[in-house]
Design a protein around this ligand. Structure first.
Ligand code: N01
Length: 571
């Protein structure tokens, strides 16, 4: 007998940092909710990516929730960049602290969600046979969650073990005494390779495109420093929200081209010594002016050559594309690893990985023996997790069909044809170009106020309108074109996966500018949306959860970018 549907105000898909906070907000606003999560625990990205060396690359004191001052005070990070187990422990602490688990159903994957135009509700089905009937469907599926597993010929016949960094076994993997092949040299590879090399008997790294990486200089946090931050945490959080990247770091407002070579070297050395992503703050025009970018790229290549002993290997490790165009990597001992006698780099830029044999990997006509293969091959970014679910909107339109030429959204939160459907950090929002946790909180707060507004005015349905969506998509594209980041083959544009449309997916206009836009849309009674198919009901809403996002823009930091981007603020 078919199960009767369970009825909720909202179904949330995913119990990562987005799903957890969304659930907290929904409860706070008095909505009933069910969260479905494929894993057997909370944490999302930090649940799945358990590969050796996984850690955040935004300082933990900022890469954490900011919605609860009590939480900020009671949790203590131990390292500048927390390792994955500590971040997962934090996620579990939050789940317990806010009693979230009772509304989360684990080990359950949502398979289908179909909108019923008559009832204005979503019918959601799972791989466990659940059927849920909900007014709102909120996708908290993450931007980098659907693993990209290239179908290398012969992979099925491999007699050793095969792993993907994004689906790492819970019990861990011991590579001691093994010959390991790592395919890929993105952030996951760059973090894991030094640790795998410590265990493995032999390590062969297959590189299609080299990446720039800056040292993390990770360290244990000094308790005095932590106490100092905690004493003024709200101020730090406010400063972070006002920054284009949603986190705070020192930023040099001058142009790289106005400095002499000697001055530049001094500045680059100073920012290199700080390490990590803030290295990109060395000058204001690095991501807008190719000549400025060449100066930082030269400096980074020099650093690689200074570390790597074998000149041929060093050459292969030196990228020749725009610095920071692909997501910048942050490492601990990555380049040094290639000086170890049992570590070998194989260039597959021309031939690709040709095939897998039962005992190894073939590239350039040569077989490299391996007992284990680690695919550090990334994700079907931004839209991959949506594609895995059969999502059907108005008039039977599947989301995959609507997005077949690339995702189209209004604000990266909603999309025409899919009423009562919300995305947290969806394509067309800052998401991966800003502090993800900050981006998540801003979206969940905005969605909460939107839903509460609908309850206030008695609306059953909300949907964006086409002209506003088209304008937003045009704006997202236009802004991306003035940043050098749109110029290379990265996962930002879907170029890592054959056959995907090439569209710059995240919004690069800067986090505060984006937040300001979301605030304005809301203040104008949710401009660009229709409630129950009539724009007349767009009354001024009450500001509840979004109050804290009404931050002043950090114009000092924005202005150089504005100039560089012809009056459009980009970082
Ligand atoms: O994935 P990636 P990732 N044959 O797509 C290669 C975040 N993150 O998991 O560049 C051979 O960056 C591919 O080559 P190419 C962060 O935002 C953060 O490492 O496409 N190689 C590339 O080298 C990051 O950017 C942290 O030519 C193939 C690699 O595999 C994002 O997640 C840590 C191939 C994939 O790199 C994704 O990172 C980890 C093929 N068929 C991740 N297919 C932090 O530090 C792909 N490759 C917080």
């Amino acid at each position: 007998m078919a199960r009767a549907p369970e009825t909720y105000d909202a179904v949330v898909v995913g119990a990562g940092f987005a799903g957890m906070y969304m659930l907290h907000c929904l409860r706070k606003m008095g909505f009933s909710a069910r969260v479905y999560e494929a894993g057997d625990g909370v944490g999302g990205t930090w649940y799945w990516n358990r590969y050796p060396g996984a850690r955040c690359d935004i300082e933990s004191l900022q890469y954490s929730y900011s919605f609860s001052e009590d939480l900020d005070q009671e949790w203590t990070w131990t390292e500048k960049y927390a390792p994955q187990p500590e971040i997962l422990a934090y996620a579990n602490h939050v789940a317990d602290r806010f009693d979230l688990r009772r509304d989360i159903q684990f080990e359950t994957r949502v398979t289908s969600a179909v909108y019923d135009e008559t009832s204005h509700r979503w019918r959601v089905e799972t791989d466990r046979g659940d059927i849920a009937d909900a007014q709102f469907l909120i996708m908290a599926v993450g931007c980098l969650s659907a693993a990209n597993k290239p179908e290398f010929p012969g992979l099925d016949g491999f007699e050793g073990e095969i792993y993907h960094t994004g689906e790492w076994p819970k019990e861990g993997v011991d590579f001691t005494g093994k010959r390991v092949a790592v395919i890929g040299t993105g952030s996951s590879a760059i973090q894991s390779i030094p640790i795998i090399a410590e265990q493995a008997k032999a390590l062969t790294v297959f590189q299609r495109t080299p990446n720039y990486s800056v040292p993390a200089w990770n360290e244990e946090l000094d308790p005095e420093y932590v106490a100092k931050v905690k004493a003024t945490y709200p101020e730090l959080r406010a400063k972070a929200r006002a920054r284009p990247t949603g986190f705070y770091f020192p930023f040099n407002l001058t142009s790289a081209l106005d400095a002499t070579p000697e001055e530049r070297r001094k500045v680059y050395e100073e920012f290199w010594d700080r390490g990590g992503l803030p290295f990109l703050g060395a000058y204001s025009d690095l991501l807008f002016d190719k000549a400025a970018n060449d100066t930082i790229a030269d400096f980074a290549r020099e650093k690689i050559r200074a570390v790597v002993d074998d000149p041929e290997t060093a050459d292969l490790l030196c990228p020749d594309n725009v610095f920071g165009c692909k997501r910048l990597c942050v490492d601990t001992g990555y380049y040094q690893t290639f000086n170890k006698p049992h570590v070998k780099l194989v260039d597959v830029s021309k031939t690709g990985v040709e095939r897998i044999t039962p005992h190894g990997v073939v590239a350039g006509g040569e077989e490299y023996a391996a007992d284990a293969i680690v695919c550090a091959t990334g994700f079907a970014a931004m839209t991959g997790s949506f594609d895995r679910i059969r999502i059907v909107g108005r008039n039977g339109l599947p989301l995959t069909k609507k997005w077949e030429a690339g995702p189209r959204t209004y604000l990266g939160i909603t999309t025409v044809g899919f009423p009562n459907f919300f995305m947290i950090t969806g394509p067309g929002s800052p998401s991966v170009l800003a502090n993800m946790i900050t981006s998540i909180e801003q979206h969940a707060d905005w969605i909460s106020d939107c839903l509460a507004h609908m309850r206030d005015i008695g609306a059953a349905e909300i949907e964006p309108t086409l002209p506003f969506e088209d304008d937003w998509v045009d704006h997202v594209n236009e802004v991306s074109e003035i940043s050098l980041r749109s110029t290379c083959s990265s996962w930002y544009v879907g170029a890592n996966i054959p056959g995907r449309p090439r569209v710059f997916m995240p919004y690069i206009g800067g986090f505060p500018i984006y937040v300001q836009k979301c605030n304005e849309v809301m203040e104008k009674g949710f401009e660009g949306f229709e409630f129950d198919k009539t724009p007349k009901r767009n009354a001024e809403p009450a500001v509840r959860m979004t109050e804290r996002w009404r931050a002043e823009l950090d114009l000092e930091v924005m202005s150089p970018a504005m100039i560089a981007a012809r009056k459009v603020p980009v970082v």
